[in-house]
Ligand binder design. Structure first.
Ligand code: SAM
Length: 343
């Protein structure tokens, strides 16, 4: 007679128990808001699509709720990077139960973590081929999430770090408003610098939201889960720092006409001429605001800016906010006033 097993034996304490066992109190400066509900953790992992036999990289595993949901999927490898060493014993316990998965735990800062040579070489795919069997996942600490995604977008544009293995997709949580910005279409009230920077390099999908109540401690805002799949061809072909500079300047005055913010790219004595050139090149309507421009128009702005900088290389280093630029503007205004007065 076969014996019916009613309850599967589970050698691991629950995430909640692990937190109690190691007396871990959430640290505000590490943006620690934990997800203790198995269903919620599985839903995040499912948002990454099929991950069986993939190699996963998880950011900020903390007490390991998402880590367990990843391991349930029989992935071939899992690397986790956690800044807070108090989680190490709990993560070691989880690692001990990972039968099918090679798991590595790093205690360190994700912002300086080197992802070169992190994955097995045989997983490498050519950029223009299919996606590699590598995925990046994480319930990100909110305080570093924007900086981290911008850093990774730069790696995507340079095809380095994790992206030296091909078009590695990411599934990450952000504060809901950041998720809305990342995925915002043209004309949306959430359209911002982040929308253009992420969407020129990736297909971005704000998959769903996680209510603040699901986290412990409860944060002030809901979270949003976002998927990124790097595009084969970026929609803007210029180097990332140039794109970043142009897009940041254009969104400088989000609610004002583009002309005003584009002019901040140039020193006062060249503003009129170059701003007009940029506006003509991107066929920008006189009344258009930055959130009303298509990515193709940002591409044309970047092309034109690059052309202007080739012609006038000193412009590359011109920064509207630097003290020397402010002095330059003051001097220019002074000169204009004197010219008007006929001094
Ligand atoms: N994954 C866990 C969960 O969903 O319950 C924890 C998520 S919590 C929002 C963010 C985690 O990232 C915390 O465990 C925190 O210690 C960790 N963390 C914060 N800053 C970090 C950094 N710079 N590098 C790596 N981990 C970091």
């Amino acid at each position: 007679m076969p014996v019916r097993v009613k309850h599967k034996f589970h050698p691991l304490p629950t995430v909640r128990d692990l937190i109690k066992m190691y007396k871990i109190r959430a640290e505000k400066q590490l943006a620690q808001n934990f997800l203790l509900c198995t269903k919620t953790n599985r839903r995040i992992v499912n948002a990454a699509g099929k991950i069986k036999n993939n190699y996963i990289f998880e950011v900020g595993p903390g007490p390991g709720g998402i880590t367990r949901a990843i391991l349930e999927k029989n992935v071939i490898g899992l690397t986790v990077v956690e800044k807070d060493k108090r989680f190490l014993p709990g993560l070691e316990l989880i690692k001990d139960t990972a039968k099918h998965t090679e798991m590595e735990i790093f205690i360190g800062d994700i912002l300086s973590f080197n992802m070169n040579q992190r994955f097995p070489d045989e997983l490498k795919e050519q950029w223009e081929d299919g996606l590699p069997k590598i995925k990046i996942l994480g319930n990100l600490p909110f305080n570093i999430s924007t900086g981290l995604i911008l850093k990774w977008l730069e790696d995507i544009s340079n095809q380095n770090g994790a992206w030296s293995y091909g078009r590695v997709p990411l599934t990450l949580t952000f504060q809901k408003e950041v998720a809305q910005r990342l995925a915002a279409p043209i004309n949306s009230k959430f359209r911002s610098r982040l929308s253009v920077m992420s969407q020129y390099l990736c297909d971005v999908n704000h998959v769903y939201n996680i209510p603040a109540e699901k986290f412990r401690p409860k944060p002030e805002v809901d979270a949003g889960v976002v998927n990124f799949v790097p595009k084969v061809e970026p929609l803007i072909k210029q180097p990332y720092p140039l794109v970043e500079k142009v897009v940041r300047h254009v969104f400088h005055y989000r609610q004002k006409r583009c002309q005003k913010s584009i002019s901040t790219l140039f020193p006062p004595d060249q503003t009129v001429e170059y701003t007009q050139e940029m506006i003509r090149a991107a066929e920008i309507d006189d009344r258009a605001r930055p959130f009303q421009l298509a990515i193709e128009q940002y591409a044309q702005l970047c092309e034109k800016y690059s052309e202007i900088c080739q012609h006038d290389p000193l412009l590359r280093d011109y920064d509207y906010r630097s003290p020397s630029s402010a002095a330059m503007r003051r001097e220019f205004r002074h000169r204009k006033r004197e010219e008007m007065l006929g001094v």
